[in-house]
Design a protein around this ligand. Structure first.
Ligand code: ADP
Ligand code: ZN
Ligand code: ZN
Length: 733
């Protein structure tokens, strides 16, 4: 018999981020369950507040008088017992609060009493009799019979042109029943049926290996176009037959219209889609469909890993190497780690799939933590594209000052002649990358972020790519008043205008953050290009992901160096991945593909190995570097970020904490502390930012000690400093 409960109160304050023990009153005994939301009296005033049941005990050593639980909000627990367990692990692992974890698992608004929407729908009642055996009643009766439970009164009246009073008469006499039914706020368009194919030998082998193996965790390393998506769908179908649920994760749902299209086309209403653009009501309804077991498959971005499936059999993480799988707000979880934990808790299969595994995941596969499965050929044996690396320094020597090398220029013309399609990739949006004065060197920067502004020709404005703030364009320099204000560098918007000038016969489309702000705009651009309404698609990394266009035979990478020059230990890995992913868009149909990589660093390992499609060699050289430098997967990185609107206070206090921390860490030679120093992004949205990096071999307990140490010390300082701790952050800036 459970007599006591350990609960978490629904209150953000740091001081109450712990378990409180409450007594279960007699009338609620046997009714209180793990994961339920309940009401308890809290604080000195005994205010009634929501709480979550995290633990149940029969015995408790009562010291002082315990308060009693007041009532239960919903009998069905909001959190499964597995998720309750997961929350406890996450809090420790990601240095966040209990509530942070709970909030990613339930839809927003549920704690504010969000409710399902109901509608009074019409059902068939008693057969007509007596004086009602005539028109219009007989027709109405027939209509309701054919549309049982599909319409409410007004909808039926409108659709079939029936008077409301006749309907009311029939309801009054019991010939029609009007019943409140929960309806979904989510409505989706129809998708074209996506027929299943017979798997080839390689694919079949992978599927049976996964289904028959005793192991649960797999990494599929399959070249682009090797048919991974078909494998995923096949596995989902197998799970459905076993009456088990599946979660499919994609990097960003709006950026992967094709994946959604295929899954929707194959599974129709049986699959729930979790977009970031769903409204709160829609999200709530879809979440409930999952919870109530009405749907057995869901596809979504990282937070869909927390969907409350009861009988989970399969988790698929597509493009597992993508950085968006690491959350950058609390809880700062890594989706792959959560998936591993869930695989253990539910004893379900976990599949990571990619053409370019993250170094960390590949390492795990080599250590047999994941079982490695390889797909080395494209479906139907389509050739991998031919890759050519062009040294842009030579172009300059040939006096070619255009952004296109001679080779790329000629190739574009050739493909335009053949009516084949082209993708041009540049990982930088906007028109120019910075705006400055040629006389004094002044660079226009965002007032609140200290980031140089980007010029956008369409709309003629400058904006900050960190906070989005817009600025009007100035014709003179605010510092020296000269008129020599100039735009430097190129972004996708500029490339598009250059292409339109250079190849006037080509129709172009552009896909980047700026052209895809509206709902569905991403899908629109994608469909236009698929329907061959344009010859050239220009885009940022958005176009690198999973797009499958048969007619694309040329991919041009304008500046492969951009991703090499970011201050991050994963710069090489990112470059390898981007080149491979973008290149993978070429030659997916009958005609062979070609890729032209333009660079100022043709000797770079990441570029060379990517051009040879040689992941194995790339991995070997990269893992050696990681080992030498103690970077993940060997060591860990703990990034501690401090921010404040007051720069002086921030610097003073960060330095003080840095000093104390250095002292505390001084007796360990396996741990290095870097900083305190201003972050690469030294100011964002009015907040100045400083950071401390701790690198080395340490465990979770150590990280929590550091966290507590910092919070303890901050208490004695000004409280307008914010701290954020991130273990192995996705973004080091
Ligand atoms: P990946 O996800 O590895 O990039 P896809 O699953 O998108 O590869 O497959 C590439 C193309 O080959 C798609 O158009 C897909 O429909 C097709 N395809 C996949 N498997 C088969 C198969 N067994 N038979 C015929 N076509 C297939
Ligand atoms: Zn100037
Ligand atoms: Zn800004």
């Amino acid at each position: 018999m459970n007599n006591y409960a350990g609960i978490i109160v629904n209150n953000e304050a740091k001081a109450v981020d712990r378990l409180f023990t409450y007594k279960i009153p007699e009338e609620l005994k046997n009714k209180i369950l793990l994961g339920q939301m309940i009401k308890v009296p809290f604080g000195r005033s005994n205010k009634k507040i929501d709480a979550f049941v995290m633990e149940l005990y029969s015995e408790y050593n009562e010291i002082g008088k315990l308060k009693e639980i007041i009532s239960i909000n919903n009998e069905t627990p909001l959190l499964s017992k597995e998720h309750v367990q997961l929350i406890k692990v996450m809090k420790d692992k990601y240095l966040c609060s209990y509530l942070d974890c709970i909030k990613v698992m339930i839809p927003t608004g549920i704690t504010r009493g969000n409710k399902a929407k109901t509608s009074a729908l019409l059902f068939l009642g008693e057969p007509l009799k007596n004086k009602y055996l005539k028109e219009p009643y007989e027709s109405i009766f027939q209509i309701v019979k054919n549309n049982n439970g599909l319409f409410n009164k007004s909808a039926l009246s409108k659709k079939f042109n029936i008077s409301l009073s006749s309907i009311n008469t029939m309801i009054k006499n019991g010939f029609i029943l009007s019943e409140d039914v929960v309806v979904s706020r989510y409505s989706d368009r129809e998708y074209e049926n996506y027929k299943s194919v017979k798997l080839n030998f390689e694919q079949q082998y992978v599927v049976s290996d996964i289904m028959e193996s005793n192991e649960n965790m797999f990494l599929i390393h399959g070249v682009t176009g090797s048919g991974k998506t078909e494998i995923y769908m096949n596995l989902v179908t197998k799970m459905m037959k076993l009456n088990k649920d599946s979660i499919i994760l994609v990097p960003e749902i709006s950026l992967t219209p094709q994946m959604v299209e295929r899954f929707k086309g194959r599974f129709g209403k049986e699959i729930a889609v979790f977009h970031s653009k769903l409204g709160d009501g829609e999200r709530y309804d879809e979440w409930n469909r999952v919870k109530n077991g009405e749907v057995k498959v869901a596809i979504g971005a990282r937070s869909a890993i927390f969907l409350p499936f009861n009988n989970l059999g399969l988790i698929i993480i597509d493009e597992e190497h993508e950085l968006s799988y690491k959350s950058d707000s609390n809880p700062k979880y890594d989706t792959r780690e959560i998936a591993e934990l869930k695989s253990g808790l539910y004893n379900c299969k976990l599949i990571l799939g990619t053409a370019t595994p993250s170094v960390e995941s590949y390492y795990k596969a080599k250590e047999n933590f994941y079982k490695l499965l390889k797909l080395s050929k494209r479906v139907n044996n389509y050739e991998m594209p031919k890759v050519s690396i062009v040294d842009m320094r030579n172009e300059l020597m040939k006096n070619n000052k255009s952004i296109f090398s001679e080779e790329l220029y000629n190739d574009i013309n050739e493909k335009l002649d053949k009516k084949e399609q082209i993708i041009i990739f540049l990982n930088r949006r906007g028109f120019s990358t910075f705006v400055s004065c040629r006389k004094c060197g002044y660079v226009f920067k965002c007032d609140s972020c200290d980031i140089s502004l980007t010029y956008h020709q369409k709309g003629n404005y400058m904006n900050c790519h960190y906070c989005g703030k817009q600025y009007s364009v100035k014709n003179s320099c605010p510092k020296c008043n000269s008129k020599y204000v100039k735009f430097f560098g190129v972004g996708t918007e500029k490339i598009q205008s250059i292409i339109e000038e250079t190849f006037p016969r080509a129709k172009t489309l552009r896909m980047d953050f700026d052209t895809t702000r509206k709902k569905d705009s991403h899908e629109e651009i994608y469909n236009k290009f698929k329907n061959r309404e344009a010859d050239i698609l220009i885009g940022t990394q958005m176009i690198a992901k999973g797009l499958d266009f048969e007619n694309v035979t040329l991919v041009g990478i304008i500046a492969a160096d951009i991703s090499l020059n970011i201050p991050d230990y994963r710069a090489e890995e990112r470059t390898y991945q981007l080149i491979t992913q973008v290149s993978g868009r070429a030659g997916r149909g009958n005609n062979p593909g070609k890729v032209v990589i333009q660079t100022y660093e043709p000797q770079n390992q990441a570029i060379i190995y990517a051009s040879q499609n040689n992941y194995e060699e790339f991995y070997e050289s990269e893992i050696a570097l990681r080992a030498a430098m103690n970077y993940p997967p060997f060591g860990k990185i703990l990034l501690i970020n401090f921010s404040s609107k007051n720069e002086e206070i921030l610097i003073k206090n960060t330095q003080k904490i840095g000093y104390l921390l250095k002292h505390k860490l001084s007796n360990s030679d396996k741990i290095v502390m870097l900083g305190p120093t201003a972050s690469s992004l030294s100011r964002i949205k009015e907040y100045y930012r400083w950071q401390i990096l701790i690198k080395g071999k340490f465990d979770n307990e150590f990280e929590n000690k550091i966290k507590n140490f910092i919070y303890e010390n901050l208490k004695t300082m000004y409280n307008d400093i914010r701290v954020s701790l991130d273990v192995n952050p996705g973004n080091m800036m």
